[in-house]
Design a protein around this ligand. Structure first.
Ligand code: ATP
Ligand code: MG
Length: 259
């Protein structure tokens, strides 16, 4: 099979720039704490990049800079899209709103009319497997269901760059694995660029096309691992020797970077 050659327009336009391009990014807070130094990081469309690193090494700071919530104090932090999704460790749902209206919230804040945002929210609710729970309030939902709702809320913005700050860190292992599979399914369908923070090396390897390891504070990248397993990913891959070997290598780099 031969690959189609690019259209003349695509040739003239040149290659699409990466979604996220950090060069020599450093962050020193006004109180003098240097959280990051010399960070070079690229996320392309269709890449899922996980970041692992010790607590306090600047991972959340990295995401905050990527989202525009914080500005780098040195270097260039380029993000080539304004469609950014952000999922936090806590689901951050409004307790008085049901699933449907929590999922509609971001679209509502973006002034989308109801006739547009309601079907969009329904689409996202279906995608995360929450159909049937539209009228449930957060207090009636499990931790995993709340994270699904949080994911759905971000999906309504059709993010091109999706940022995740340890979204499944508080969940039990079985729920986390299930949500990892759901997220991978959505990633394969939506083809966004993902930047995912986690403390779990096996979660990082399972979800990602690339895993980067950060040093202790001030955080910088000490190692990068390409993940060779195909997408969509077979859940059984988790139990293979090849998977265990890569998890071991990333864990080793993490320990070295920490010492
Ligand atoms: N606004 C701020 N002002 C001063 N220091 C800050 C600020 N935000 C974060 N820090 C410091 O910067 C460092 C990195 O914080 P950050 O939250 O990015 O770490 P992290 O890698 O996400 O940690 P964890 O894994 O525990 O979530 C920490 O030492 C933290 O105390
Ligand atoms: Mg953090």
């Amino acid at each position: 099979m031969t690959l189609a050659s690019p259209s003349p327009a695509a040739t003239l336009a040149g290659p699409t720039p990466p979604l996220l391009d950090f060069r020599n990014v450093a962050m020193t807070f006004p109180n003098g704490t240097t959280a990051l130094s010399g960070v070079d990081l690229v996320v392309e469309r269709g890449e899922f990049v996980s970041v692992v690193g010790p607590s306090g090494c600047g991972k959340s700071t990295l995401l905050r800079i990527a989202s525009g919530l914080e500005s780098a104090s040195e270097g260039t932090a380029t993000v080539n899209t304004d469609r950014i999704g952000y999922v936090f460790q806590d689901a951050t749902l409004l307790p008085w709103r049901d699933v449907q209206s929590n999922v509609e919230l971001l679209a509502e804040l973006n002034w989308q009319p109801k006739r547009v945002r309601t079907p969009k929210a329904q689409w996202a609710i279906d995608l995360v497997g929450l159909n049937g729970f539209e009228k449930h309030l957060p207090k009636q939902m499990s931790g995993g269901m709340k994270m699904r709702a949080s994911l759905a809320r971000s999906l309504t913005l059709d993010p091109e760059l999706f940022l995740f700050d340890e979204p499944f860190g508080a969940l039990d292992e079985i729920t986390r694995e299930r949500l990892n599979d759901e997220l991978l399914k959505i990633f394969v369908e939506q083809k966004f660029g993902g930047l995912f923070i986690t403390h779990s090396v096996s979660e990082a390897v399972y979800l990602s096309t690339k895993v980067v390891v950060m040093s202790g504070r001030p955080g910088h990248l000490v190692d990068t691992f390409e993940v060779p397993f195909d997408m969509p990913r077979d859940p059984e891959i988790r139990y293979t020797g090849e998977f265990a070997k890569l998890v071991g290598e990333v864990s080793h780099a993490l320990r070295e970077g920490h010492s």
